[in-house]
Design a binder for this molecule. Structure first.
Ligand code: PAP
Length: 342
């Protein structure tokens, strides 16, 4: 199984003007009148990075994200052979992008110093649909992606394009416990805020997270939607938690390979291919690569912003007992009777 490598993007020189520090998909300029009208009809909340986020079909988006979602709905056609990696923001997207890229391209790039992941950031190799491919005015040319195409999205189950839901394309879903997800999102949002703006206070954005007002939130609805789909259609939706991947990476990588229809052969197992992929994609390795320590994505984010600690349980360093209790209570209420526990 092989997927086409998307073209690497050369690093952009950091620009110190206020708006240019924002990733493109977070900027609000150049919105059409029609789009502004749509925004004015939607519920609005203060944004964590940009001034406002808007609730569209039950999900919170920045204006630029929403523009990508609409373009995606209008133009993207999933193919039966497509593979979609779907994640809640800050659940380990970068990690699973690397793992899935390495897994699906393992015959093309066996363990070697030429592996694309050593030279190219995972977000370039496995692009986001709504915040990269469909984020610009021009529509993407997907002809260079060979089957099976591998894309990533943060879209909720309820806002996936119909073709993704109705086709036989496979979905790999990744989530993470709400405590670490929140802490990671808090840090990331402050990285994206311009130096001229004061950082978000943890208390303020915590309230917003609990109330569901975070990008692609409510967090609990996102996770629960895919959890239920994975129970209903286990052949279509593979549900994975960051914590279980951390705890038993070999087991889950093998399960993932089986789900995707490219199980490891006995010979591969004997040759240590599973371990090689995990080592290549490990936090220690990826975060120390020159490409990931410097440079930016075309959309503006520094590569290094995607590699902070990569641990389970960092929330203990940031959250009070009261905050933890509040999250517990919400999870209990939202997940009651579903069998889901995070
Ligand atoms: P995204 O959803 O915005 O694309 P995402 O990659 O999910 O971002 O978030 C980055 C988180 O994944 C960071 O978590 P932290 O803030 O708690 O540290 C980052 O450190 C973690 N991460 C990135 N790469 C890896 C990896 N190879 N292994 C484990 N965790 C990783």
């Amino acid at each position: 199984m092989q997927v086409e490598t998307a073209k690497p993007v050369t690093s952009m020189t950091p620009n110190t003007s206020q708006s240019s520090l924002l990733p493109k998909y977070l900027e609000e300029d150049e919105l059409t009148e029609e789009f502004k009208e749509l925004l004015s009809s939607l519920p609005r909340e203060r944004g964590w990075v940009v001034p406002h986020i808007y609730k569209y079909h039950g999900v919170w988006h920045t204006p630029a994200q929403l523009r990508g979602v609409l373009a995606l709905h209008q133009h993207f056609q999933a193919q039966d052979s497509d593979i979609l990696l779907v994640t809640t923001p800050k659940s380990g997207t970068t990690w699973l992008k690397s793992i899935m890229f390495a897994l699906m391209n393992r015959s093309r790039y066996p363990k070697s110093e030429q592996h694309p992941l050593l030279k190219t950031n995972p977000h370039v190799l496995v692009p986001f649909l709504e915040i990269k491919l469909y984020a610009n005015k021009e529509l993407p040319d997907l002809a260079s992606f060979v089957s099976p195409r591998l894309f990533c999205t943060h879209l909720s189950c309820t806002t996936l394009p119909n073709s993704a839901r109705d086709s036989a394309c496979k979905i790999v879903y990744l989530c993470r416990n709400p405590r670490d997800t929140f802490v990671s999102l808090f840090h990331f949002s402050n990285k994206l805020r311009t130096p001229n703006l004061p950082p978000n206070s943890i208390e303020e954005v915590f309230d917003m997270f609990c109330e569901g007002a975070s990008v692609y939130g409510p967090f609990w609805d996102h996770v629960l939607g895919y959890w239920k789909e994975s129970l209903r259609k286990p052949q279509k939706v593979f549900f994975l938690k960051y914590e279980e991947m951390k705890e038993q990476p070999t087991l889950h990588l093998k399960r993932l390979a089986e789900f995707l229809g490219c199980p490891f052969s006995k010979v591969e197992e004997k040759e240590g291919v599973v371990g090689d992929i995990l080592e290549l994609c490990s936090f220690g390795n990826m975060s120390n690569l020159v490409v990931n320590r410097g440079g930016r994505l075309e959309s503006g984010e520094e590569h290094s912003a995607y590699f902070r600690k990569g641990e389970v349980g960092d929330w203990k360093n940031y959250m009070t007992e009261e905050m933890v209790q509040r999250l517990e209570k919400i999870s209990e209420q939202k997940f009651k009777g579903s069998g889901l526990c995070l």
